[in-house]
Design a binder for this molecule. Structure first.
Ligand SMILES: Cc1cc2nc3c(=O)[nH]c(=O)nc-3n(C[C@H](O)[C@H](O)[C@H](O)COP(=O)(O)OP(=O)(O)OC[C@H]3O[C@@H](n4cnc5c(N)ncnc54)[C@H](O)[C@@H]3O)c2cc1C
Length: 199
């Protein structure tokens, strides 16, 4: 790591890892492996950071990276496709990224949505780089463009209109549409409209 910090040492935080004693040690010499980076957990975060680090210093000494996962396979927790919503978090539809600007509720603050979308574009650039490098074969196996919808009812309608007004002229949200036309909405999300009109 050049002039960077000394490599981390893997050892028990307290007590002995061999015999399990908290304050004493059984005397056995636990092998200590010297590494540059320790990643705890093999979810998308650790693996992405690990891959980024592995790609640095390509031509010089590579970082020695160890990843520890407590389960029997990678990506079994939040990263597993069945344990999250599977959207790209680009702030296209998530209401929490566009709250009212203040208590007067006259306008919506889009700063968080813009930051989140920008970050998502950076992720896309990184994935495109991985495709170019041959590290991802077919991006369509994990990322596909799909329309997003934010559906509002009752007093959310005013907020939805203001959200649209605030986002529509921003380049990152180009093409955003807003409608209160039931017929049009029925064609897109029939179950939502049926539920909303039935109360
Ligand atoms: C219900 C839900 C919906 C979501 N929807 C979306 C979405 O639509 N879009 C989106 O972008 N994000 C979404 N997310 C968030 C996204 O899933 C997470 O941000 C992401 O998966 C987190 O990755 P991670 O690697 O930090 O965590 P994880 O994937 O949970 O990985 C952590 C790993 O660490 C392991 N571990 C924990 N402790 C230890 C230990 N002591 N030693 C060894 N291993 C350990 C765990 O077993 C696990 O494998 C959603 C999350 C949830 C819960």
């Amino acid at each position: 790591m050049g002039g960077g910090p000394p490599p981390a040492r893997i050892e028990s935080g307290c007590g002995c890892m061999c015999c399990g004693n908290l304050y004493t040690c059984c005397g056995s010499s636990v092998p200590v492996e010297e590494v540059d980076v320790v990643l705890i957990g093999a979810g998308s975060m650790s693996i992405t950071v690990g891959l980024m680090l592995a790609q640095l210093n390509k031509n010089n000494k590579r970082y020695k990276i160890k990843c520890f996962e407590r389960l029997d396979a990678v990506a079994k927790e939040s990263t597993n496709g069945w344990n999250n919503a599977g959207t790209g978090h680009a702030a296209l539809c998530e209401p929490n990224y566009t709250p009212f600007a203040d208590s007067s509720e006259q306008s919506v603050n889009i700063s968080k949505a813009v930051t989140v979308n920008e970050n998502f574009q950076l992720s896309r650039q990184y994935w495109a780089h991985l495709v170019k490098e041959g590290l991802i074969n077919d991006p369509n196996t994990f990322i596909n463009v799909t329309p997003h919808i934010t559906f509002g009812v009752g007093d959310q309608l005013d907020w939805a209109q203001k959200r649209y007004d605030a986002l529509k002229d921003h380049a990152l949200f180009e093409g955003i549409e807003h409608t209160t036309d039931h017929k049009k909405n029925e064609g897109v999300v029939p179950a939502y409209v049926q539920r909303a009109t039935c109360g």
